[in-house]
Design a binder for this molecule. Structure first.
Ligand SMILES: Cc1ncc(COP(=O)(O)O)c(C=O)c1O
Length: 345
């Protein structure tokens, strides 16, 4: 197997990094304080269940501790879901193109991955999901498209399948809607959240799952014993204790997303409607791969996928306004496009 290929993480800091959907703004200052304080105790193992953090998450969502499980990022929770619910040869389904880790985890588990294509506009026909699916993974908003599916549609998918529906809401704080409502009526729904994106904690590794208590109990059986470190628990607690900080940053990013979209449209790109902290741009007037390479030479990283349907696209994270301006100017130069933006240089 090929294994999962994460986006590039260069050693230097001279790059404008718009390739892995990190937050361009720092986390709440309370995170720093909490992590530094926790260092005093790193001689000791952390709480295996991270119960303090579970309780804080439960309180935020009006749920019980038993409905929450914390992970070393949401990737850790995806692994737990896979280990818990899919045996060798079992059907595991996703609308595609999507987060490629779902496919990789299936390969590791020996499960049978079935990608069902989104329509061209990234709407989806839920009726195509086979009833025998053991797991359905839906990134919502989706990556790399940034688009959103309706809770009603996902509710119908949850009803028709034998297994669990995982709604991966990694980008939900940049979106107008979420699917928490599914937890009220669907015992087989699992919602995944991460603090990596909106809370600016990609490097600390904190994610959580929300689900029926019976599902959480099973997931906990397959997790690593001490899957969330002391610093991650402390930092996660602090970040979740300062939600206003996250919301303010999310609002800024949504406003910058609009400016990035306009800039790209002015260059002749088609930009899919994004509910995330990134946009997918289809480029019709120049080869996308060459733009990706030339941007890299100019120290700007964006994401290019050499796979069907995405070869003419770039996925670009929403950076600061200064970063976005630089990106659009450089792209204009590469494409040879004379725009108002380009002539500002
Ligand atoms: C759809 C989706 N789910 C999950 C993740 C992983 O997030 P975490 O950092 O919490 O492991 C990502 C990261 O890029 C993602 O795009």
């Amino acid at each position: 197997m090929q294994g999962y290929v994460p986006g590039e993480q260069p050693a230097g800091t001279d790059y404008i990094k718009l390739n892995t959907n990190e937050n361009p703004y720092p986390p709440s200052p309370k995170v720093r304080e909490a992590v530094i304080e926790e260092i005093e105790r790193i001689r000791l193992y952390p709480d295996p269940m991270a119960n303090r953090l579970r309780d804080r998450v439960a309180e935020i969502h009006g749920l019980a501790r038993e409905n929450v499980l914390v992970g070393n990022g949401s990737d850790d929770l995806l692994t737990m879901v896979m280990r818990t619910f899919a045996d060798q040869g079992d059907p595991v389904v996703s609308p595609t193109p999507t987060y490629t880790l779902y496919h990789t985890l299936c390969e590791i588990q020996g499960a049978n991955y079935l990608g069902i294509p989104y329509r061209d506009d990234y709407s989806f026909n839920g009726e195509l999901v086979p009833a025998k699916a053991k797991i359905v993974f839906v990134a919502n908003p989706n990556s790399p498209s940034g688009t959103l599916l309706d809770e009603d549609l996902l509710s119908r998918v949850a009803t028709r399948i034998a297994g669990v529906l995982v709604v991966d809401e990694a980008y939900v704080d940049f979106s107008r809607k979420n699917c928490l409502g599914l937890l009220k009526s669907k015992k087989n729904a699992i919602i995944l959240r991460t603090l990596s994106k909106s809370f600016s904690l990609a490097g600390l590794r904190v994610g959580y799952a929300l689900a029926d208590a019976g599902v959480i109990e099973q997931l906990a059986k397959v997790k690593d014993s001490y899957n969330v470190s002391r610093c991650a628990i402390a930092g996660g607690m602090a970040a979740l204790g300062d939600i206003d900080w996250m919301r303010e940053n999310a609002r800024t990013i949504i406003a910058s997303r609009r400016r990035l979209t306009w800039g790209l449209e002015e260059l002749g790109c088609f930009v899919f409607p994004s509910e995330s902290n990134f946009v997918l741009a289809r480029i019709t007037n120049y080869p996308a791969e060459q733009i990706y390479r030339q941007l890299k030479r100019r120290n700007i990283l964006v994401r290019y996928y050499d796979i069907p349907r995405l070869r003419d696209c770039l996925r670009i994270s929403v950076g600061t306004d200064a970063e976005i301006k630089r990106l659009v100017i450089e792209m204009a130069e590469i494409i040879g496009w004379r725009t108002k933006v380009g002539s500002q240089k």
